[in-house]
Design a protein around this ligand. Structure first.
Ligand code: FEO
Length: 134
């Protein structure tokens, strides 16, 4: 059972970024399902690493997109990405140190981040893209 499902409230209207957000949600659900099935150790560590890499890649793509459309909030948005990756790295390190056991607060962080960042932050560059006809 997924921890979070895609719904229209997560649609920012930029297809390439929506597709990547879908991908992040899929990996997040894979981690949750593995955790719920009692998996620990290398399986969890590998999935957590996979999500970290996918986030890093997504943020780089999104930052390039924001620059292409001349988004004025680029610097602040990039700083939020940097902060999220730092926090994610801290969680990943804790999970590794615990022997590949994901914690509830990790899932709360993921769920809150994915939802609030997409709906509250990513939608702003999407609105800018629409306003400049991109
Ligand atoms: Fe889609 Fe700013 O992350």
């Amino acid at each position: 059972m997924p921890i979070m499902n895609w719904d229209k409230s997560l649609d920012i209207g930029v297809k390439a970024m929506n597709d990547e957000h879908h991908g992040l949600l899929d990996i997040m659900n894979q981690i949750y399902d593995a955790h719920a099935a009692g998996k620990q150790g290398a399986t969890i560590n590998a999935l957590v690493a996979k999500l970290g890499e996918a986030c890093t890649e997504h943020f780089a793509h999104e930052e390039a997109y924001m620059q292409r459309i001349g988004y004025p909030g680029f610097t602040n948005h990039k700083a939020l990405h940097t902060s999220l990756l730092t926090r994610y790295g801290d969680f990943a390190a804790r999970i590794r140190a615990a022997g590949g056991i994901a914690s509830d607060d990790f899932f709360q962080f993921l769920k809150f981040w994915l939802s609030s960042h997409i709906k509250g932050i990513d939608t702003k560059y999407a609105a800018h893209a629409t306003s400049v006809g991109r």
